[in-house]
Design a protein around this ligand. Structure first.
Ligand SMILES: Cc1cc2nc3c(=O)[nH]c(=O)nc-3n(C[C@H](O)[C@H](O)[C@H](O)COP(=O)(O)OP(=O)(O)OC[C@H]3O[C@@H](n4cnc5c(N)ncnc54)[C@H](O)[C@@H]3O)c2cc1C
Length: 460
């Protein structure tokens, strides 16, 4: 059953997808030599929990680590080499060029390779980004640097460049610490991966929480003092916003630079193109996680969905297949959820504009429902928005924002989207009810019932 023709498996990247891949490869094929090359000083950390360390909700940085390096080495027989950055690949020779901080070894040979190198924060091409008080927030090093700065400098004002989920997650954290936040977003609206109605609810809440948002304005430069520290930003039109520090939350890009000068195929955002077996265009090179593009199950097109849930699943499958197994990754419906400023925000599937671009005769519906029955006090409002295809009556997308119960419901929508269900089917789904949890007609049923009525009015 196992492929005995190869012995040396190398994994690039020692976090969510990389360690899932290495661990599964070890389970499937105990004879393999498995080595993880990690450019940083840390492995196996909970990226998603890093904002909680800044806010103080997580007290010790150690609590963000799922397992110590020794666990993988001793329990799973996986060799981990820290501060080993892969700088180039020669797929023909099956060789990696490595910049190793404490070792002379520069070349590593593999029989099979799994690339799990994740993504890095995009640094906008403006003056001043290298100032000491300008931060990105992507890994443990960034987290430790920001925490140290906040603890020692006690800043009062921050500018966050970028009004997406990382920008808002950090705005909430800083706001809780008593730091005045100004989010600057280049587009006309925040949270542009969502329909504008969802972002508008979040914007209103941010305003109530005294967070300033400037939309439709780009930061043209970061202005520094004689000591090289950022003191303000200059935005389109010449306005200046003072600050004690800056967080760049302007998106991420896959770490695939080491593939330049190779024929390994890259797709959207320079993410690695993979088959359902998670093989790249070179058969001995597999890939998983934020460094890859995936198939969007709803659109059938290539998509970039950098979430931890996709990363660990893909890692496991890539590890399994690279070690001789045969499992398929079906793709993603783009499910994501955040909790920001006390609101749960979630989405799955595609938005209205994308639906039109794909040729669907789509429409969107939005309504607001209580999270649970009135007989149990404390229900919160949930805005539920769906995108529906008129012809097939299929659900194409769902988005929600509300005080509670959003995470539970987006998973129902994600399942329905994966199964390509119609709104008629979802309207009649047998969803659970108890007064403190839901309403007898759950909001998921209700919005789809509304869509069924709307479809009845539409002429084909
Ligand atoms: C603040 C924050 C909050 C988040 N919250 C959520 C959330 O709530 N839910 C969710 O689903 N997702 C969340 N995410 C996204 C999630 O963390 C990522 O999708 C996930 O970490 C991807 O895992 P990965 O292993 O593919 O990449 P990474 O976690 O980025 O790991 C890649 C590793 O590869 C290493 N590496 C890179 N290049 C090289 C090289 N050339 N040589 C050797 N090593 C290299 C890196 O140092 C890194 O350790 C969040 C991300 C951030 C930043």
């Amino acid at each position: 059953m196992y492929d005995d023709l190869f012995q040396e498996l190398i994994v690039i990247g020692g976090n969510a997808s990389g360690l899932a891949a290495a661990s599964q490869a070890r389970r499937i094929n105990p004879k393999l030599r498995v080595t993880v090359l990690e450019s940083g000083k840390y492995v196996s950390y909970g990226t998603c929990g890093m904002p909680y360390f800044i806010s103080g909700y997580v007290k010790r940085i150690e609590d963000l680590f799922a397992y110590p390096k020794e666990f993988f080495e001793q329990k799973r027989n996986i060799k981990i080499l820290l501060e080993h950055e892969v700088t180039g690949i020669d797929p023909a020779k099956k060789e990696l060029q490595v910049n190793a901080r404490h070792s002379e070894k520069k070349l590593f040979s593999y029989d099979r390779l799994i690339v799990c190198s994740g993504a890095s924060a995009i640094i906008p091409g403006i003056a001043g980004t290298s100032a000491g008080n300008v931060f990105t927030f992507r890994n443990i090093e960034d987290t430790l640097g920001l925490k140290k700065f906040i603890d020692s400098e006690k800043p009062k004002k921050a500018v966050i460049i970028g009004g997406g989920s990382i920008g808002f997650l950090m705005a909430e954290v800083l706001n809780k610490l008593g730091i005045k936040v100004n989010i600057i977003e280049r587009s006309e609206r925040i949270f542009k991966d969502y329909e504008y109605e969802i972002g508008a609810v979040l914007s209103k809440k941010a305003e109530m929480d005294n967070i300033d948002i400037t939309t439709g304005s780009s930061v043209e430069s970061i202005d520094t003092d004689s000591g090289g520290n950022a003191t303000s930003v200059t935005i389109t039109g010449g306005g200046q916003i003072d600050c004690d520090f800056i967080i760049l939350a302007t998106g991420i890009k896959p770490n695939t630079g080491f593939f330049s000068n190779t024929s390994v195929e890259l797709g959207l955002n320079s993410g690695i193109k993979v088959t359902p077996r998670l093989q790249s265009s070179h058969l001995n090179i597999y890939a998983a996680g934020d460094c890859c593009v995936v198939k969007n199950i709803v659109s059938g097109k290539e998509d970039y969905v950098p979430t931890a849930n996709n990363a660990v699943k893909m890692g496991r499958i890539a590890g399994e297949n690279a070690a001789g197994g045969d499992t398929l990754f079906p793709g993603s419906v783009g499910t994501s959820v955040d909790k920001i400023l006390g609101l749960e925000i979630a989405k799955a599937g595609i938005g209205l504009e994308e639906a039109f671009l794909l040729g669907f005769k789509a429409f969107k519906l939005i309504d607001s429902y209580p999270s649970h029955a009135g007989s149990a006090p404390g229900a919160k409002a949930i805005a539920v928005l769906i995108i529906v295809d008129t012809g097939s009556r299929r659900l194409l997308g769902a988005q929600m924002i509300g005080g509670e119960g959003v995470g539970k419901r987006i998973d129902v929508f994600a399942t329905a989207l994966t199964a390509e269900m119609t709104v008629d089917d979802i309207y009649m789904l047998d969803l659970s009810y108890a007064p403190a949890i839901s309403t007898v007609w759950d909001p998921v049923n209700k919005i789809c019932g509304k869509a069924v009525l709307e479809l009845g009015k539409r002429k084909f």
